[in-house]
Design a protein around this ligand. Sequence first.
Ligand code: SF4
Length: 475
Amino acid sequence: MYEFAVTPAVTQIRRRGVEISEVLAGSIGAELELEPGDRIIRVNGRTVRDYLDFRFQASGETDLVVDIRKRSGEDWELNIERDEAEEFGLSFEQIVPRQCANECLFCFCKGNPETARPSLFVRDEDVRLSFLYGNYTTLTSITEDEMQRVIEQRLSPQYVSVHATNLEVRAYLLGVDQERADITGKMQRMLDAEIEIHAQVVLCPEINDGEILRRTIYDLAELHPRLRSVAIVPLGLTRYLNDERLTPVSPEFCRRTIDEVSIIQDDLRARLGATFAFLGDEIYLRAGRQVPSRKHYGDYPQIEDGIGMVRSFANEFKALMRRLKRKPLRNPEKLYGTIMTGTIFAPVLRQQVERLNRRFQTRLEVVAVENEYFGGDVCVAGLLTGGDFIAARDRVQGEFAIIPRVALKSDEPVMLDGVRFEEVQKEFAVPLYAFDFASLASALESGFVDPDREALETSFARPVRGQHALAPASF
Ligand code: SF4
């Protein structure tokens, strides 16, 4: 359902063990003459299926017997002694996601144009990726083996798409039968084993809103504190996802939902001492209402799902303003350029940027970029494509332009329509940068003479946790 740093299953053949992709010079791995392409098959007699297994089975062990299938086809058995904290210096192939067995009404895969790149059609449902990246699973088809693994390897927290505790409604939304839709026992088993869960509801008007939503929140609140929080995010429709059973989310629907849910939030805060059920930022923005205060979000338990990012962004922006007051900009007039973002976040960003311009005499502009690629009500920055930015290039003012880093793949400078960042750069008459907030702030503070390209490039090396691409608070 979401974009993450994994390879689609269709391009991979499953072999035994896990393949080593890199060996750090001078590490134990190098001393043992391990090489990229070798596979680790077993550790201390236990099968290794992926790097999580390797990490789990090797962790804390100082004496290990490791079975290797060399790239050449030879089998090695290595007896290894190491200090407990000593790293192996190995990197591994990416996890191949397990696919879901649902047919959700609102599945984003159905909202992609035919030409979208193959990884956007991967319907992942994988408890490992839930643990590693905060991807949601529905648990409808989790196997006993996977359940045992979550518990044994402490793959906590898990992120579970509940959508509704009413079985009939859940089954309808997921396109499965009610028996499969019922995950009460599975969630309870995880919670009993002290695995934390964060739940999600994709809110579909006239299906799981109103009384169904109220019941869902209260049923889940019964499982607090191990079920830590519920994120309620609005249905997103593209021009390709136009199932007539789905009703688009309107500003009026958002206002009604805020009014209904804030009563429940107040009640639960009084009883549980925490907000517990959080509405997605997009609901407040579409309703034309202020996002709640910092206190509402507590320790931001669903920030991985983009919940509270607008508030967090406003706070970070304030901190930036304070830093700039202490150490004023040397040549603020040089800071003349344009920041491009999705239509939903542009007004919020523009307000902040105008304060910055007034206070420090910078000349930054904000351009709201329409999403022509997906169409529908898609308005977040992370789903903008190369073609969308190119179409908006004539609206750029000043001497540089910035696009949100989140619009690029997490591990490669390529956009959702397959257009590479350098191709977009070529289409712009001014230098174009892809920044997250931290790199934007540091570029501003350093006078934005020539932002550090290396920082930009190295940021592609790490996978992004969570589904920030779908969060509105990105510029
Ligand atoms: S669980 Fe539903 S929304 Fe997610 S990938 Fe499967 S069908 Fe799509």
